[in-house]
Design a protein around this ligand. Structure first.
Ligand SMILES: [Zn+2]
Length: 551
């Protein structure tokens, strides 16, 4: 079905708010099924849619202090590091110095810095050219073998290769020694030999240079990795360490429907040189900013975080608000200021609510931006993007903007903080984000608002899968495109509401913060979710999980 814009807007203007909610969401759903793969694709299915070891002489003059909101604050001098661990030569700071990231976290979440032993530490330096279509970088990272297996190689993902751009890595050194990599999977999987093999608990420092070309059309990347209309979006641009688990190295190319990344929480120290007029948006927080002539150099820290996102535009304006110790920045184009303010309002409300329901948002910053992406919204650590289509269209998409913005905010909890294998168990972040959005409408607009959003779930399930009892716990690749939306985004949250009834509303409400704390900065699984829920309710949920989740 295709609906003309004019008639819809007229109707919307005369409707009272909650009826508007009901009408808007049903209308949005009709639209959604109409243009599933059009520019307003179903609410928020995120698309792919993409040195030497000298002891440091002069150390950078950084000191740690609480991140003054929006003012860059300096980094600490490195403490003495165990002799065996070299300093990074890119930044001359100690690899294991977690105090660098204290300013990224609110005071009650500082404990995370003492956790995550062996988490990968990335030091990255990039230069972005004037046209925003080329990026050159140097990267060093400390990798610890946290598996129980000796590893004779490790894999890096070069995602731009899959997004219609190119990524080439060279000058690869392993603990300062040259290494000959091999490429596979359309050049998106780079295997680096480790000789001798890295035994469990052992660490290695890998350094390399990389060159990226950025496409200027959304073909093959849904605008998630492209520079379009002076807006640069660089999802997963740097060589990313792959996850090794019981399935081995997770390097498969993601199916078109779902998210492309499965990553572990890591720490990022990044220096970006870019045109001076570029308004930069990144995961983490800006620690230092210098402008020299037509260029700016910005130093950013982010961590713990499952990825490092980078975007920007010389045309962006910034609208900011505060929630507790967190600054929230909404970036958009001047002509969309009002929509940027609305998106900020939804984000602030959701941030406060989810903090109460699940546990605190740990970062001192959250950014959202409007980009020409062809999903509705896409989540990254500490940042999410909404499609510009939600900003540049009339009133009729206001509810889309609200549900999308809240869904993406919820992904900070369920994707980034509580991780999952987004390719093999997408429901753990997508169904949870849908359920959290339902709780938002319930809290903000009452039962009617929640009912309308609930109806969107049943509508999806019936529309996309005819209410078939297809398990929600399948890998993305096991669903057709229509089933993926219907089952993971429709049947998925319905399962969580059914589980809530089964466990009891109060028991479920206390289970969620426990689930959050148990898997914070870790990787949750369907069986782990069930086990924890059963422990929490001291009940057997096998029948329910077999009926809804497991194949
Ligand atoms: Zn999502």
């Amino acid at each position: 079905m295709n609906v003309s814009l004019g008639s819809v807007c007229y109707i919307l203007e005369i409707m009272p708010r909650f009826l508007l909610i009901i009408f808007g969401l049903v209308a949005a759903l009709i639209l959604l099924t109409g243009c599933r793969w059009g520019p307003f694709a179903a609410a928020t299915p995120t698309q792919p849619a993409p040195t030497n070891h000298s002891t440091p002489s002069a150390l950078p003059t950084f000191t740690v202090e609480p991140a003054a909101v929006s003012t860059p604050s300096a980094l600490p001098a490195p403490e003495s590091t165990p002799a065996v661990l070299p300093y990074s030569t890119l930044f001359e700071v100690a690899w294991e110095d977690r105090s660098l990231f204290a300013a990224d976290l609110i005071s009650s979440e500082q404990w995370a810095l003492a956790k995550l032993p062996g988490a990968t530490v990335y030091h990255i330096e990039v230069e972005i050219d004037e046209s925003l279509t080329e990026l050159h970088g140097r990267q060093q990272f400390l990798y610890t073998n946290r598996t129980s297996t000796s590893l004779d190689h490790l894999y890096l993902r070069l995602f731009p290769q899959l997004f219609g751009g190119t990524a080439a890595a060279s000058d690869i050194l392993v603990n300062g020694q040259p290494a000959m990599p091999t490429l596979s999977l359309r050049g998106s999987a780079l295997s680096i030999p480790l000789s001798p093999p890295l035994r469990p608990g052992e660490q290695v420092v890998v350094s390399l240079t990389f060159a990226i070309t950025i496409p200027t059309t959304p073909e093959g990347n849904y605008g998630a990795f492209a520079t379009i209309d002076n807006i640069m979006a660089l999802a997963h641009f740097y060589p990313m360490v792959s996850v090794y688990n019981e399935a081995g190295w997770n390097i498969e190319i993601a199916p078109p429907a779902g998210d492309v990344v499965f990553a572990e929480a890591s720490f990022y120290l990044v220096r970006i040189t870019a045109p001076a007029d570029l308004v930069l948006i990144t995961s983490g927080i800006t620690r230092e900013q210098q402008t020299t002539g037509s260029q700016q150099t910005v130093t950013v820290t982010a961590g713990p975080a499952r990825d490092f996102y980078l975007a920007g535009s010389p045309d962006f304006i910034t609208i900011s608000g505060i929630s507790g110790e967190t600054i929230v920045n909404s970036y958009t184009l001047p002509q969309y200021e009002e929509r940027g303010r609305a998106a900020l309002d939804y984000t602030l409300y959701a941030l406060e609510l989810f903090g109460r329901l699940f546990g605190p948002y740990p970062y001192t910053e959250l950014d959202l931006a409007s980009t020409p992406n062809q999903a509705l919204g896409i989540e990254y650590p500490g940042v999410f993007v909404n499609t510009l289509n939600l900003y540049n269209s009339q009133e009729r998409f206001e509810l889309y903007m609200e549900s999308t913005t809240v869904h993406e905010t919820a992904h900070q909890w369920f994707y980034n903080i509580v991780g999952n294998d987004q390719l093999d168990e997408p429901w753990l972040d997508e169904a949870m984000a849908q359920y959290a959005t339902y709780l938002y409408f319930l809290d903000r607009y009452g039962a009617d608002g929640a009912q309308a959003y609930y109806d969107s779930f049943t509508f999806r399930w019936s529309r996309g899968a005819g209410n078939a009892d297809i398990p929600i716990g399948l890998p993305v690749g096991d669903y057709t495109l229509a089933e993926y939306s219907a089952i993971v985004y429709g049947r998925g949250p319905l399962f969580l509401i059914t589980l809530q009834e089964e466990m009891g509303v109060d028991t479920f409400a206390t289970f969620l913060p426990q689930y959050y704390r148990t898997y914070q900065w870790g990787v949750a699984t369907s069986t782990g979710f069930q086990f924890l829920a059963e422990q929490h309710c001291t009940c057997d949920l096998t029948t329910l999980f077999e009926a809804w989740v497991y194949p």
